[in-house]
Write a protein that binds this ligand. Structure first.
Ligand SMILES: [Mg+2]
Length: 434
């Protein structure tokens, strides 16, 4: 028995734009930031959670988190129904007007739900991936808001898939603990980096054990061709190179630009166009279905800016994506990501999470590991994005070994930032900004 007595919120920003880390075609000068909260309890550990932004507007997210505080104070984390709790936030009739289930309010909802999962898992003494993987199929189904999903997936179908995966869970937990989960790295490919840095970091990624890297594209066409060519020469033919346009193109331009890159065998094109445009993704995917050097497809990936489970549902129904990229902090936290993992399983599409930013690697590893143990049962063609930035600010940072995420063992969601980092990077008055 414990009670959430208060909620602290923080506006934390890192001045990453000074080194062009994280630069891409749409976001040339990001200051990686977190709208962060702490659920204080009267007994035992606190719950930490956040959503990720790239600077201006982080205060707007913080205000949206403040609007959800009345749902938190007084709850007992030992008895809270996590499905009903998540639905209580997204069903608030007045706050719902601001979305519904999209935009700033939904980012704030993610932060709050993730903080609750951190708290509940800490109290249970388990990392979140393991807490989820120990739930029964019925309990997992109860986490999901099933409204708007039944034309694609019903709770009964989800139960059937989860029950089918149940006998293999113990074996997969053992394998996961031994191997970890494969990652890929975006560190070589930021748009602001010169060619020699791309080459050096691409070679370093392969030496570090990664079998996939990613380059940013979408600004100058000739630059994209040259950068992909030098990266391909640096890593050889057997390393997968994904490219990411960060929503820069219309349909015809996306197809044309990808055909120019095709000789260098891009594995997927990520966010070729607007994340809301299901039909555009379907058109691009169809146009690139035989464009790879071997006559196969250049895959289409998206998801880091997809607002909610309803849009993911449509992307899958329309055959618009080859790769689903969940984000731990954009949709409504753990609960809505469980829904998206189940939808992807139903349609047989692999989930390769978006990460990087501040703490996104720390969080999303738990969701992929849960997926492997209890939902898809597979790591085939599945990789978690990895970017080597800002991990030092976390109490339980990710560990990468031979290109794999090492399975976290500390209780909670790996979401807790060091107190000195919260103080130093507080915006606008912390010493990093003063
Ligand atoms: Mg991306």
């Amino acid at each position: 028995m414990a009670v959430i007595t208060s909620v602290e919120t923080y506006d934390v920003r890192f001045p990453t734009s000074r080194d062009l880390d994280g630069s891409d075609a749409m976001n040339p000068d990001p200051d990686y930031s977190a709208a962060y909260l702490v659920l204080k309890t009267d007994d035992g550990p606190d719950g930490h959670g956040f959503t990720f932004t790239i600077g201006r507007g982080n205060d707007v997210c913080q205000a949206a988190i403040d609007a959800l505080v009345p749902y938190l104070v007084g709850l007992d984390p030992d008895t809270v129904d996590l499905g009903a709790f998540a639905r209580s936030l997204t069903h608030d009739s007045q706050l719902r007007w601001l979305g519904p289930e999209k935009g700033v309010m939904h980012l704030a909802t993610a932060a709050v739900i993730n903080a609750m999962w951190d708290l509940v898992a800490k109290r249970a003494g388990k990392p979140v991936w393991r807490y989820l993987a120990d739930l029964s199929p019925e309990q997992i189904v109860d986490l999901v808001d099933w409204r708007y999903l039944s034309d694609a997936l019903t709770p009964d179908e989800a139960l059937e898939m989860l029950r089918a995966a149940e006998p293999g869970r113990a074996d997969r937990i053992a394998r996961l603990t031994e191997w970890g989960y494969p990652g890929y790295t975006t560190s070589p490919g930021w748009l602001g980096y010169p060619d020699d840095k791309v080459i050096q970091l691409s070679k370093q990624a392969v030496a570090d054990g990664f079998t996939q890297i990613k380059l940013k594209v979408g600004a100058d066409a000739a630059d994209d061709v040259r950068r992909l060519k030098v990266a391909r020469e640096a890593v050889g033919p057997h390393i997968r190179i994904a490219v990411d346009a960060n929503q820069r193109w219309d349909v015809a331009e996306a197809v044309e630009r990808m055909r120019e890159l095709a000789p260098y065998d891009p594995w997927w094109i990520e966010e070729p166009t607007s994340p809301d445009d299901v039909l555009a993704h379907a058109a691009i995917r169809a146009a690139l279905a035989t464009s790879a050097p071997d006559g196969g497809p250049i895959r289409v990936a998206t998801g880091e800016h997809v607002a909610n489970r309803v849009v993911f549902k449509q992307l899958l129904q329309a055959g618009a994506v080859d790769v689903v990229q969940i984000d731990a902090c954009r949709v409504g936290g753990v609960n809505e990501n469980v829904a998206i993992l189940l939808l992807a399983m139903k349609y047989g599409v692999p989930v390769c999470p978006h990460a990087g930013g501040v703490g996104l690697c720390e969080l999303v590893q738990h969701l992929s590991m849960f997926d492997f143990v209890a939902v898809s049962g597979s790591m085939r063609n599945r990789v978690i994005e990895y970017v080597d930035h800002l991990h030092e600010h976390f109490v339980d940072p990710v560990v990468i070994r031979d290109g794999h995420y090492v399975t976290p063992t500390a209780p909670g969601f790996s979401a807790e930032m060091r107190p000195e980092s919260l103080a130093t990077y507080a915006y606008p008055d912390g010493p990093a900004w003063a």
